[in-house]
Design a protein around this ligand. Structure first.
Ligand code: DGL
Length: 273
């Protein structure tokens, strides 16, 4: 068997949001082994200053690549991708990185009203990368950038405890809904991988129906395009996929959640400066 086929695909996020991407990637790459990495010691990424977060990511990936020898790394985090994709590619030229960036282009193509909102962490909202996407693809639309400080944490809590404060969700999404000259926002881009977990609550609390644009499947497809499929004959025995948390700690609720995603918690932390 080709040695490359044994290598895992590494999926990375600051927390459990990247599980939305893992879920889709599993469907498309059923024979591939996965390592899921959550930088929970650094969560949330949304309000980090840019230089220290970039440095942290570059240093962390040095350790992750050395420890897991992945076939490719999927940065299933908009906040990290919009900041550090270039730096990671420069630091590790032999590694393939798949990034997750706000789906501004597809939103601009699909909107009928011309009013699009991008819901993301404060970090993603302030990035030059995000502004450049708007300048490049959405000049004919009015794009409202909405930074949410709490939604990623609300989604984490919901996934662990099954509870979400609907009033808090409503308060966070309301700025996305704009009415102007008889037109209304018709697309909200979910530009944080945590948000698809609470999209049903967003739908319920929305003042009018919109398309909630989720990129997890598109990211998984991108990974499929670059990672070789393992042929039927060479299909490896199903390995246990593992989850690595940079804190080295996962409480029983988190372990159960990971199990639900077919992941075994790997004890031990990962060094990051
Ligand atoms: N899931 C991350 C993203 O896609 C961000 C969550 C956070 O660390 O605040 O942007």
């Amino acid at each position: 068997m080709d040695e490359r086929s044994e290598k895992p695909l590494l999926i990375f996020d600051s927390g459990i949001g990247g599980l939305t991407v893992l879920r889709e990637a599993r469907v498309l790459l059923p024979d591939r082994r996965f390592v899921y990495v959550a930088d929970d010691a650094g969560f949330p990424y949304g309000d980090w200053d840019e230089p220290p977060l970039r440095e942290r990511l570059v240093s962390l990936f040095g350790a992750l690549i050395a420890a897991h020898d992945p076939i490719a790394c999927v940065i299933a985090c908009n906040t990290a991708s919009t900041l550090a994709l270039d730096a990671l590619r420069t630091a590790y030229p032999a590694m393939t990185f798949v990034g997750t960036v706000p789906a501004i282009k597809p939103a601009a193509e699909r909107t009928r009203s011309g009013l699009v909102s991008v819901l993301a962490t404060p970090g993603t909202v302030k990035r030059q990368y995000t502004r450049d996407l708007i300048d490049q693809w959405a000049t004919k639309c009015e794009v409202r950038l909405v930074g949410s400080v709490t939604l990623a944490a609300l989604a984490e809590r919901y996934m662990r405890h099954g509870f979400v404060d609907e009033a808090a969700v409503r308060a966070e999404i309301m700025p996305c809904f704009v009415e102007a000259d008889g037109r209304r926002t018709d697309i909200v881009v979910l530009a944080c991988t945590h948000y698809p977990f609470v999209v049903n609550r967003m739908r319920k609390m929305a003042p009018w129906p919109v398309d909630w644009l989720d990129t997890s499947e598109a990211i998984a497809r991108r990974a499929l395009a670059i990672v070789p499929r393992i042929s039927e004959e060479a299909a490896i025995e199903r390995h246990d996929d593992v989850a690595v948390f940079t804190s080295g700690i996962a409480d029983p609720v988190t372990r159960r959640l990971l199990q639900g995603f077919g992941l075994t918690f790997a004890a031990g932390s990962v060094a990051a400066k």
